[in-house]
Design a binder for this molecule. Structure first.
Ligand code: GLC
Ligand code: CA
Length: 559
């Protein structure tokens, strides 16, 4: 594998609105990010992805962009952005912006012009259609519920949106649209970005002409994953985008790609792939039902492990996935994947370790390094997220009680990951001196950065060790480039694997149960425990893992 500058980096995602407010308006801002760059440096971060900060009416928290060339005043100014890039660079941190180009905002100038004349030049930037024989062009269901077709008031036109109705899809079949997008990307790359996180990119190719697919809900609509599976030829757009943008700047790109086809994986993230890497979402998708959250199941530890190992097998010899346990679209990983008995600091370190040391780029989502947990929502009024609101409505439609529905929402809501960052135990967790735009999780008195800074056994301090371990140049052959080889794979409640290097191997073994597990280790001459969340105990050649213990062993190669 040809070495790339980003292979040994650790990435961090900031959700700007919830990271740090500096002017008391209750909304996190760019100055707040600059203020904490030293904190990120101390965590060993080399790539920093910031969720959208462009001008946006915020129907979907900035994922609906009205001007790609301006910073939204709520986040600061272009000068702030430039300062952020400069200060990050000083600390060897490469900043990624979010590239949201499957759609823009309905308040974007292009869409405004398109609405005036759906058959004109700008109409061709989007998808407009009329009913034929009283029927819409297709029965697809947008990700946030309801038809993908929205009537254009005062006309008999409809426009297409894969997500919210305030997020009309851009028509990538139109070469002018593609050129506008590449121009914008290069403008940002010229400013010194390290690259982009590429939003919802699989949706840019539609299976055309529009047609119905079998319905999976009683309202006659069908899930978007079916639609994506029918689309062919997205690679032509993505290859062009790579050549016109990323490649010229040796930029890093990480794709948010769902429903990727296995045979296309090397085109997507192999040598000279469309992207440097892609997120592995196999575990976040596991158990999700097309019917909605109320019908979904949280994966067991064994299902979680299976997802991770399957993805590793697929990527073997091809490239590196980006590994996560959460992001701004997911509940908190520790509240989701850990069995109840393990939802404590020990379990948090365990989960943190087993995903972090898989082959790929580890991404940490803000607050994950503190072990931030889900919120308990008891009323839909506490929720801001549009997808949670749509899911709540679906719960009501199928007859759940309010209490049942709120239990579902508390488990899956994207707002779990969007509550403000917990800096300290002062009011509003030190996030703002004003009123936070979304309530702070009351557990901030217990879980916060300041307390963890002072406690050598905290989750934060553990993440720092984990990060240092992966960045050790002497371990690179195994921890960066070594393949993953699952170990004792059929043992329930255990997730163990080797990372096989040229000079050394590492064994990562984590016990997700309340009983001891014995791990037989003898294929090496010398072994050394380089990280663990508990005392290590051996019985001859067996490593005894206590409940929720994880251990990372470095094994010298034999002669
Ligand atoms: C991606 C983003 C999500 C957003 C959606 C539409 O999935 O991560 O937050 O709602 O795209 O842009
Ligand atoms: Ca602010």
């Amino acid at each position: 594998m040809e070495k790339k500058w980003w292979h040994n980096k650790i990435a961090y995602q900031i959700y700007p609105k919830s990271f740090q407010d500096t002017n008391g308006d209750g909304i996190g801002d760019l100055k707040g990010i600059i203020q904490h760059l030293d904190y990120l440096q101390k965590l060993g971060i080399g790539i920093l992805w910031i969720s959208p900060v462009y001008v946006s009416p915020c129907a979907d928290q900035g994922y609906d962009i009205a001007d790609y060339y301006q910073i939204d005043p709520m986040f600061g100014t272009m000068e702030d952005m430039e300062e952020l890039l400069k200060e990050a660079k000083k600390r060897d941190i490469n900043v990624l912006m979010d590239l949201v180009v499957n759609h823009c905002s309905d308040e974007h100038e292009w869409f405004q012009k398109a609405c005036q004349n759906p058959e004109g030049e700008y109409g061709k930037y989007f998808y407009f259609a009329k009913k034929e024989n009283g029927k819409l062009p297709c029965n697809w269901r947008s990700y946030f519920g309801g038809s993908v077709w929205e009537p254009l008031p005062g006309t008999d036109w409809y426009y297409y949106h894969s997500f919210h109705k305030k997020q009309p899809d851009l028509n990538w079949e139109n070469p002018n649209v593609r050129q506008e997008i590449y121009k914008m990307m290069n403008w940002w790359l010229e400013k010194g970005l390290g690259g982009f996180r590429v939003d919802a990119i699989i949706n840019i190719k539609k299976p055309l002409p529009f047609c119905d697919f079998p319905a999976d809900r009683t309202d006659g609509t069908c899930d978007m994953s079916v639609v994506v599976n029918h689309a062919r030829g997205v690679g032509e757009f993505l290859g062009e985008m790579r050549d016109e943008t990323f490649q010229k700047y040796n930029a890093f790109s990480v794709g948010e790609v769902f429903n990727e086809k296995e045979e296309e994986l090397s085109d997507f993230m192999g040598e000279n792939g469309y992207f440097s890497t892609m997120f592995d979402f196999s575990q976040t998708n596991e158990g999700k039902s097309p019917k909605g959250w109320y019908d979904s199941k949280i994966p067991t530890v064994d299902a979680y492990k299976k997802c991770c190992f399957n993805s590793q097998r697929k990527a073997k010899g091809i490239g590196m996935y980006s590994n996560i346990i959460e992001n701004h679209d997911e509940p908190r990983g520790v509240s989701y994947y850990l069995p109840k008995a393990g939802r404590n600091d020990k379990g948090k370190k365990l989960l943190g370790t087993v995903y972090f040391l898989l082959k790929g780029i580890p991404f940490i989502y803000q607050g994950q390094e503190l072990g931030m947990e889900n919120m308990t929502f008891t009323d839909i009024d506490q929720i801001d997220d549009i997808s949670s609101i749509a899911e709540y409505e679906e719960c009501m439609r199928v007859g759940l009680t309010k209490e049942e529905a709120m239990k579902v929402i508390s488990q899956y809501s994207r707002d779990n990951g969007r509550t403000p960052f917990q800096w300290d135990n002062t009011e509003n967790a030190g996030f703002t001196t004003g009123t936070p735009w979304l309530a702070v999780n009351p557990d901030y008195v217990r879980i916060n950065a300041k307390a963890q800074e002072e406690n050598p056994d905290s989750v934060l301090q553990y993440y720092r060790k984990l990060s240092a371990l992966r960045r050790k140049p002497e371990y690179e052959d195994a921890l960066i480039y070594g393949e993953v080889e699952p170990y004792m794979e059929s043992e329930e409640g255990l997730m163990a694997y080797y990372r096989r290097g040229e000079k050394q191997d590492f064994l990562i073994a984590g016990n997700f149960t309340e009983e001891e597990k014995k791990i037989y280790v003898d294929d090496t001459k010398e072994k050394e425990v380089v990280l663990t969340n508990d005392q290590v105990e051996w019985k001859e050649k067996e490593l005894i893992l206590k409940p929720f213990q994880v251990a990372v062993l470095r094994c010298q190669k034999g002669n």
